[in-house]
Design a protein around this ligand. Sequence first.
Ligand code: SF4
Length: 228
Amino acid sequence: MTSRISAKKQRALEILARLKQLYPEAPCTLDYETPVQLMVATILAAQCTDERVNTVTPALFRRFPDAAALAGADVSELETLVRSTGFYRNKAKNIQAACQMIMEKFGGEVPRSMKDLTSLPGVARKTANVVSAHAFGVNLGVTVDTHVKRLSYRFGLTKHTEPVKIEQDLMKLLPQPDWENWSIRLVYHGRAVCNARSPQCDRCVLVDICPSAHVGQPAKKVANLSRN
Ligand code: SF4
């Protein structure tokens, strides 16, 4: 058991090292200037691309630049501004409610603990991890999006399909300072090479250490892993 766990850990560290070399610069792909703006952009990024969110947030943040403004916004105007990101009614409602809570309970600042962050409407662990890592430089957990989910499974580092359980597995295998590095690099690699339907194993730098190389996965499993 011990040697299996350490082999997994070694594989995880080797994958991380190679992906860091391949993607030396891996900044957050959402545009923002403050922790509140990053929280809002991350809420908007659910079921939407970062590129699309980045086309919406300049006008949104010009009109409502901070938690106070967003808390007091006319919700129908908010809905109009975020409409093209999808699920816009729910997103606008959550953004406003989260900003109201930030104003009432947290003195106008985004809170820093996982417990407080996830008490905000629309903020689950994934959003909390992104906000904490990029706005505060603190890795509270491993961000698990659709790419991290699929690739971690293909790497044989988890057998789970639920993000919270995948996150627990990854937190045991990776050093805390690299938790967000891991997620960002996997997103890059998932988009560029190891995509959901047709992974490009022939041109993948991980081909010699990836247990799924040239193997693929049952269609049903891939479909499940491709959901957020
Ligand atoms: S070898 Fe294939 S399955 Fe493994 S990470 Fe690379 S592209 Fe994905």
